[in-house]
Design a protein around this ligand. Structure first.
Ligand code: SAH
Length: 261
């Protein structure tokens, strides 16, 4: 009798437990799996939720930080809405990927603040199918935004590790549109010149003469110029009728344009 009394509650508990698990798997409405039901592809459901979350954050970033601050080009806004910025930053800072800030990408370098990416992209006023040189591939994010505009991107990075990881990321997404190279961007990419536009994403003390040479007649270059680690000025350089004109746009702070030893 004693044994029986012990046995009955144990059986009841097991039955209740099984019933509970079945109900949890079915979900509150009795149809459709809940995410934590192991037989229902937990990984897939979680991944879908995660990418939705990033999509929402990205839309908010574009709305508040980019459109909200005056970037009007629909092409630029669309491009930034499409590029998954969180896949271009290290795991350690992924939760800040859509924040209003630059982020470290290793080797003392940074991915620019989203607004700066939008601003620099818009100011180039790129026609579709333009050929664009970027100096300072970094994470590859800016190159991806350019590729989303439909232009042909040539991007150069001086730090081998960054050049290789960004090249891999960009090859996977834009095998036809982006050409990446490990080299000193001070010298541009002479074999592919001239370019309709040049974007330099590291601060130079002066405009590198090879870049001026590689800019097409009527082309545009955007480049931060000034003292390393201090305040610099984002400059728009144009080349109408063989002349060089420059215009100061914004005070900015970029990592320095290095020179190969
Ligand atoms: N555009 C990048 C961020 C650039 S940070 C992005 O979207 O993530 C500036 C980058 O310029 C760094 O990765 C730095 O290593 C690179 N750089 C600095 N000097 C360079 C040079 N002379 N040639 C090419 N790249 C350079």
């Amino acid at each position: 009798m004693h044994a029986y009394r012990c046995f009955l509650p144990a059986r009841m508990m097991i039955t209740l437990l099984i019933l509970g698990v079945v109900l949890l798997c079915l979900g509150p409405s009795g149809i459709g799996p809940l995410r934590f039901c192991p037989a229902m592809g937990q990984g897939e459901a979680m991944a879908a939720d995660e990418s939705d979350l990033y999509r929402i954050r990205r839309a908010a970033m574009v709305e508040e930080q980019i459109r909200g601050r005056g970037i009007r080009s629909a092409a630029v806004l669309d491009a930034m809405t499409r590029v998954p910025r969180h896949l271009f930053v290290p795991e350690t800072v992924i939760k800040y990927a859509y924040d209003d800030t630059p982020l470290p990408i290793g080797y003392g370098q940074t991915i620019s603040q989203p607004y700066i990416v939008g601003f620099m992209t818009e100011i180039l006023n790129l026609p579709p199918h333009a050929r664009v040189l970027e100096v300072g591939t970094g994470s590859g994010y800016q190159a991806a935004v350019l590729a989303e505009l439909g232009v042909e991107v040539y991007t150069v990075e001086i730090i081998a590790e960054l050049a290789h990881s960004a090249a891999g990321r960009l090859r996977a997404r834009y095998p036809q549109k982006v050409h990446a190279r490990h080299a000193d961007g001070f010298f541009g990419w002479p074999e592919q010149a001239p370019f309709d536009a040049i974007m330099v994403t590291a601060a130079a003390e002066f405009i590198p003469p090879p870049l001026l040479e590689q800019l097409k007649e009527g082309g545009r270059m955007v480049i931060p110029v000034g003292t390393p680690f201090l305040l610099q000025t984002l400059m728009l350089v144009e080349k109408p009728n063989g002349e060089i004109t420059t215009r100061s746009l914004l005070p900015v702070s970029f990592v320095p344009l290095r020179r190969a030893p």
